[in-house]
Ligand binder design. Structure first.
Ligand SMILES: C[S@@+](CC[C@H](N)C(=O)[O-])C[C@H]1O[C@@H](n2cnc3c(N)ncnc32)[C@H](O)[C@@H]1O
Length: 338
């Protein structure tokens, strides 16, 4: 008979250095994306020398960096040639659900500096992004398309992963008009309208975002409105707020919900799509909770917090729908009515 052995405990210092290495690994990937190294490997295995020559990089440093990427299973080595693994291919521009633009943003000043200044958020409860970058996050994106466009492209890449089970989880048949409030470039609305030919759609988002909308093929079934959901939400019998409320504090959400309430007919519905925090809390959801706070002043909420936010706005939470679970983004659909 063999006695079960407990794995040796990882000393706390070793866990600390794993975090340090994870942080640097991400920034190394950012550098390899920025210098075009991963794109050079898209067509097949290349030597470090070939890639260094094409990208104008220091040969030995690239060799050592690719050696590290291979230890991280982002690249694989055969002889002296390197290729991308499945994980590495997610960092290519044209992979469906690509993380390329996400890595571009993560390494940018606009992502690094606010996190370096999280102590400001700890001291004040306010957005470190606004404090160090000089403008609230979404205003900054409007003023800086070099970040605003990758942000929208990243949302579109997330949408490929999240939207199919979300669109399948809700019955859109009773409605005539659906407005996606803060709907980005319209990928989710497009999916819904294509699946439900009887529906008409409205996309509301900021001008720099709607300018690049993807709804061109839907003709007069769709209206695109550049405007602010703090000022006016167009009337529709189904309003959607997907990945919007978690961006904002309770006070700002109250304004958005008041504008939505004004736009709803008596039998209308509001569909909120966000994470819902559930115990036992997982570190990834809590990371997003702090990320939203640091970036925009927002928060992730429990179902009870969502119910009370809605009640304060004169809306009733009717039900929570759990779609087919996504291991990447565990989102919930919260249906509310007047
Ligand atoms: C996290 S993104 C979610 C986008 C989209 N709903 C999705 O799920 O992909 C939040 C969206 O809110 C939009 N937004 C921010 N402030 C806004 C405002 N005042 N009025 C309208 N849209 C706004 C942003 O431009 C962005 O597209």
């Amino acid at each position: 008979m063999t006695t079960p052995t407990t794995p040796p405990a990882v000393p706390p210092q070793a866990r600390f250095f794993q975090w340090v290495q994870g942080w640097v690994s991400l920034l190394l990937c950012h550098s390899l994306v920025k210098t075009g190294v991963f794109e050079q490997m898209a067509a097949g295995p290349r030597t470090a020398d070939e890639i260094a020559g094409t990208c104008g990089l220091h040969r030995d440093t690239l060799f050592r960096t690719l050696r590290m990427m291979t230890a991280l299973e982002i690249t694989a080595r055969e002889g002296d040639r390197y290729s991308l693994t499945g994980l590495g291919r997610t960092m290519l521009k044209d992979t469906p659900g690509s993380l390329y633009t996400n890595l571009v943003m993560i390494g940018s000043d606009a992502y690094q500096r606010p996190w370096q200044n999280f102590a400001y958020t700890l001291a004040t409860g306010e957005s470190a992004f606004t404090h160090v970058m000089g403008a609230p996050f979404f205003d900054y994106l409007e003023q800086h398309p070099e970040l605003g466009i990758p942000f929208q492209q990243t949302q579109a890449a997330y949408a490929l992963m999240t939207d199919p089970p979300l669109a399948a989880a809700y019955d859109f048949s009773p409605f005539r008009t659906v407005c996606d409030v803060g709907g980005g470039q319209g990928a989710f609305l497009k999916r819904i309208l294509e699946a439900h030919p009887h529906l008409r759609g409205i996309l509301l988002d900021m001008p720099g975002v709607t300018a690049n909308h993807v709804l061109g093929g839907l003709g007069d079934r769709v209206a695109v409105i550049a405007g602010s959901f703090f000022e006016r939400v167009p009337p529709a019998d189904l309003l959607i707020l997907k990945a919007v409320l978690h961006d904002w504090s309770d006070e700002k959400c109250a304004v958005i919900l008041a504008r939505c309430r004004e736009a709803m007919p008596p039998d209308g519905r509001l569909l909120i799509i966000d994470r819902l925090l559930e115990e036992p809390f997982d570190a990834m959801s809590l990371f997003y909770d702090l990320h939203m706070l640091q970036q925009i002043g927002g928060r992730e909420r429990t179902a009870e917090e969502m119910r009370s936010l809605l009640a304060d706005a004169g809306l009733q939470m009717r039900r929570v729908i759990v779609p087919t679970e996504s291991p990447v983004f565990p989102l919930r659909l919260v249906e509310a009515a007047l």
